[in-house]
Design a protein around this ligand. Structure first.
Ligand code: ADP
Ligand code: ADP
Length: 224
């Protein structure tokens, strides 16, 4: 069953740049889907629209029965976004950051859930550390913990391993697979073909704002 349906979604920014031509896409519950494409292809624009941060020029989006454009507040509760840039207060602790994010969505308590997330991300021992004290890899994991704080059904990761060395990239891949076993549907963007191949059940290739191909991974390798 589809957890997310994108139908005819397009975006032309006020600057006149057409970032997306009408896009149609269905994401199944529990899958890992990679949006693969070069810089400027429209990947960030598409996930920003689905997450209710950017308004599309046209089209409709359904997230688990909610109209993600008209009713973006309801849809936002169902999704978590891990942005490319470090969007946290560096002077705050890991635990306070995650708890604050959870409260923002009107979810309180449930310390067992937060503990599980921090343990999954190997951050539990660092929960009382200020984010500025953490390594680069740990800071990235804090962004994931923050995005998971309100128990979203779909997790979006925008270029999760851009600028990361090979061993950290492998760690990140393992981690994303572990999150999926917790029942989270995962959509990530990448410009690394190996990452799409390693991570995803299905891959959508996006180029110049057009979704040119959506394939099961095994089929993709035959096509490229
Ligand atoms: P919208 O149509 O969603 O309102 P705008 O075209 O008004 O978006 O741009 C939103 C903001 O993004 C503006 O402040 C603009 O300066 C900035 N911006 C413009 N071009 C780019 C770009 N290529 N990449 C990232 N941000 C940009
Ligand atoms: P990707 O994530 O694949 O690198 P983006 O979605 O960031 O692609 O960008 C797609 C196109 O839209 C690019 O041409 C980019 O310069 C443009 N763009 C992105 N954000 C904005 C913005 N806020 N305002 C104007 N143009 C933008």
């Amino acid at each position: 069953p589809a957890i997310l349906t994108v139908a005819g979604v397009s975006k032309t920014y006020d600057s006149g740049t057409t970032a997306l031509s009408p896009i149609d896409l269905e994401i199944e519950k529990g899958e890992i889907f990679a949006l693969l494409g070069p810089n400027g292809a429209g990947k960030t624009t598409l996930i920003s629209i689905i997450c209710g941060i950017v308004t599309p020029s046209g089209g409709t989006i359904d997230v688990m029965g909610h109209d993600a454009i008209k009713d973006f507040r309801a849809a936002r509760r169902l999704v978590g976004l891990v942005p490319q840039e470090l969007s946290v207060d560096m002077f705050e602790t890991v635990l306070a950051t995650v708890k604050f994010s959870r409260r923002l969505f009107g979810r309180s308590g449930h310390d067992a859930y937060i503990e599980q997330v921090l343990r999954d991300l190997s951050l539990w021992d660092k929960r009382h550390a200020k984010i500025m004290e953490l390594s680069g890899g740990m800071k990235r994991r804090v962004l994931i913990a923050k995005a998971l704080a309100h128990e979203p059904d779909i997790l979006f990761l925008d270029e999760p391993t851009a600028g990361v060395d090979v061993s950290l990239r492998r760690d990140m891949w393992k981690l994303i697979h572990r999150l999926r076993t917790r029942g989270v549907t995962i959509i990530l963007t990448t410009h690394y073909i190996e990452e799409a191949e390693e991570m995803a059940d299905r891959v959508g290739v996006i180029d110049k704002g057009k979704l040119v191909l959506v394939e099961r991974k095994t089929e993709l390798m035959k096509r490229l």
